[in-house]
Write a protein that binds this ligand. Sequence first.
Ligand code: ADP
Ligand code: MG
Length: 648
Amino acid sequence: MPQIQQLPPSVVNKIAAGEVVERPASVVKELLENSVDAGASRIDVAIEKGGSEMIRVADNGCGIAVDELPLAVASHATSKIQSADDLFSVATLGFRGEALASIAEVSRLAIRSRRADSDSGGELEVVGGAAQAIAPVGCPVGTTIEVRNLFFNTPVRHKFLRSAQTEMGHSIEAVTRLALAHPQIHFTLAHNGRLVHDLPPVADIRGRIAAFFGDELAEDLIEIHSEGDGVRLTGFVANPMHSRATGRMQYLFLNGRAIRDRALQHALGEAYRGLLLTGRQPICFLCLELPAEMVDVNVHPTKQEVRFQDSGRLYSQLLGALRTKFLTTDLRARGASPGATGVASGDEVESSAAGTSELVAWAKEQLGKQVAEQDSAISARAVTAAQPNFSFEHSAANEPLRLHRIDVPAFRPFDIGRQPAQSPPAEPGADESNRQDSECTAPSRPLPASPDVLRAATITTNALQVHNRYLVVETDAGIEVIDQHALHERILYEQIRESVLAGALESQKLLVPEPVDLAASEAAAVLEHAELLLQLGVEVQPFGGETVLVSSYPAMLANLSPAEVLRELVEKLLCGGRRPEVRDLLDDMLHMIACKAAVKFGDRLNAEEIDALLAQRHLAQDQHHCPHGRPTALVFTREDLDRQFKRI
Ligand code: ADP
Ligand code: MG
C-alpha cells in the first residue's frame, strides 16, 4: 500500500480544473460571469478556432487593483464572499474563487486590468499555473482576459475536444445564456475575426430571443408574469406550435444565472401536457428572481444546479402561472385557417382535447377555491370565459377529402407538391404559394388523380369509417379494425424506401438557395455534419451567424420546406451522443415523409378513398405495423364475437 501524501498545489488545481474547465465553452462561461459580476455594461468576446487557440473576454467593469492580480488567479481567492455564512446569500454569479486559477492551470492566461481610481493598469501572465511578473500597462478601465492554447499541458483533455465548429457551438450557447439573462448588457461575439453577434442593450429578453432564435419564434411568444411571496417569475414561453425534440430550448434563469432544474422542467412539461405531441418538448425563457437566502447555489461546481428551500412552492407557482396564462390565451397557430393549421395532425386533435379538459378541470378547481368568497354566478361565468381557444382542430376534419389524397399505388415521390426548381412554375406566383402551403399545412396534397388509380380503387370492400380514424372491414374470418393513418403511413414508407434503395434518392438544386435560421448549436451541428447530410442529398453552406444556406435537398421532400427538413434532421443530429449514421438519418427522413404525406388520424375519407387505401394494403410488406411499430389493424374473429355474445 503506497503512503498517504499531500498532493502538491499544481495537482490540486488540475483536479479542480477538471471540474470547472471541461471545454472552451466553460472558459467563456466563467469569464463572462466574472465580467457580469464586475458590473460591466459592455462585454466583448473574441474566439479563435473554436476556442482551443484563443478566447478573449474584455469588459468595462470595475477592474482589478494591480496588486491584487496575483490573488485573482490564486485558487480559493475571491472578492465575492468572506465567510461561510455568505454562502447562503450569494448575490453574484461567482463565489468559489476557483475559475481563474483553474483556467490558468491548463492554459496560457493573460490578464490586463485597470480600476477607475488608478491611472494605469497592470498585466499578469500565467503559463500552466506558473505566474510571471506583473508589468504595468496603459489600458482602459475594466478587465481583459485572454486564454490561449487551452489544455496545452493536459493532452488527454485536449484529445477530447471536438471540431472547432462544435466547440464554437457550445461557446455560443454559453454566450446565449448569459446574454438572455442580462439583456441590459451590450455583448459582442466574434469568431476568427468575424462578428457573430452584436447585441446592444435591450429592455427585455424578447429582443434577445429574436436575435438568437429568429423573429418567427419571437413573434409567437407568450408573456409570463407572476409574483408572490418574494418570488418573481417573468419571461416568455413559446406557443405550442413551436416545440423541440429535446429540452435544449428550455432556458431557466435564477437571479441572472442559467440553471437546470428537474422539478421546474417537470412543471413546464405539465403545463404543456396535451398541447404538444408526445415526445415533443416546450420552449421557454423564464427568469426567476427570489431572495438569495431562499436558494443554495453551492451544490454544483459549475453552479448549473441549485437547491431551493421550497421547491414545491416554485413548482406550483410556475405551473399555476403557465396554466392561468394558457387559459386566457388564444393558442391557435398564427394565420391558421382551414387547411393551414401547421401543427395539426390526428394525434394532436386528440391530445389537445385531453389537454383542454385537463386545463379546464384545473381552472374549475382553482375557481372552486374562490367560490366561498365570490359570487358563484360570477365565477361560473369566469370558467366559461376562461375556456381556452384550443384550436388544434384538424384542417380537414369537416370537409371531405379529395380522392387524390390517397392516390398512390404508383407513388411518384418526385411529383408531390412543390415544383422542382428546374421546371418553370405553372403560373406566376404558384411556387410561392406552394411554398407557404408546404410550410404551414400538413402537406400531403395535391397528388394528381390518374384514371388507372380510379379503376384500382373501385374494388368494393365492405368497409366503414368510424370516428374519422378507423376503418372497419368484414373479412372471411371476422372483422378487422384498421388505423387509417398507420396503414397509409406504412404503405408510403415502404414505397418511398424502395425507390430510395433503388438509387432514386435524387437531389434537387434549388434555383435560389434558401437561408434557414437555426439556433447556434443547431447551426454548428448542421455544418459539422455537412458531409453526412450531403449523402442524404441535403447540401448546406454557412451563411453567417446562425443562418445556414440550403442549396439542394432531396427531390422527394419537395413538398416540405427546406427549413422543415433541416430542423427535423438537426434534432436527430443533436440527440444521440454517438455519431449519427447515414442509414438512421435516412430512415428518419423516410418516416418524416411518410408520416406527413399519409392521411391523418381524423381525416374524413369517402368511399372511393377507403377502397383505394385498402386496395393498396398488399403493397406493404409489413402491413400490420406502422413505421413507428404501432399496430395498423386489430382483428376480431367471428368466434371471438360469438363468444362475447355468448352464442358459443
Ligand atoms: P470568483 O468569480 O468565484 O470570485 P474567479 O476565479 O472567477 O472567482 O475570480 C477571482 C476574483 O478575480 C474575483 O472574485 C474578482 O474579484 C476578480 N475578477 C475576476 N474577473 C474579473 C473581472 N472581469 N473584473 C473584475 N474583477 C474580476
Ligand atoms: Mg468567477
